[in-house]
Design a protein around this ligand. Sequence first.
Ligand code: SF4
Length: 202
Amino acid sequence: MNTIRPKNKEEILTEVKKEVEQCTLCALATTRTHTVFGEGNPDAVIMFIGEAPGEEEDRTGKPFVGKAGQLLTRILQSVHISREEVYIANMLKCRPPNNRTPKEEEMEACFPYLEAQIALVNPSIIVTLGSVSTSFLLQTKESISKLRGRWFEWRGGKKIFPMFHPSFLLRYESRAVGSPRYLTWMDIQEVKRVYDLLRETT
Ligand code: SF4
């Protein structure tokens, strides 16, 4: 007798990705080159959630591969976290024209895909990068400057930790105390501290 094997999470993530590739739920479907689903460790303890694909991401179909993505990689490397061990996604899977800010209706339309990714990967820590994903997930209008560097409980059991978006950091060279780059250096060390604690206790 043939038994039916339940699908594993990687298979389900691949199915959701295929669904995204066909998605026409919002107008961005008409202007995108590629959808950008997200990528990384399906068992990641940390998930990073940015805003939306940029030009390079739209061209390649991969998240955080442009200048901001390269900076994110360096931020992770500074605390010995590799991109392969985390999961990286965006609020939107398609690029808004000229990188404009995502509209509320676009985020509402796209959120079920991100929700599916969060449910499947099931990270303990969600780092929201920038004001768009932070405001949407925490349902707040508070500025990212006030929210970054703080832990928030989310949906009973997950921790959200907002940080500046790497594209914002690209505008500032200074690493002086209190600068966005300095604050991000403090923030990623805090993420690493809690990440290590979680891994020790699980
Ligand atoms: S942004 Fe999201 S909801 Fe809009 S078309 Fe792309 S995948 Fe679909």
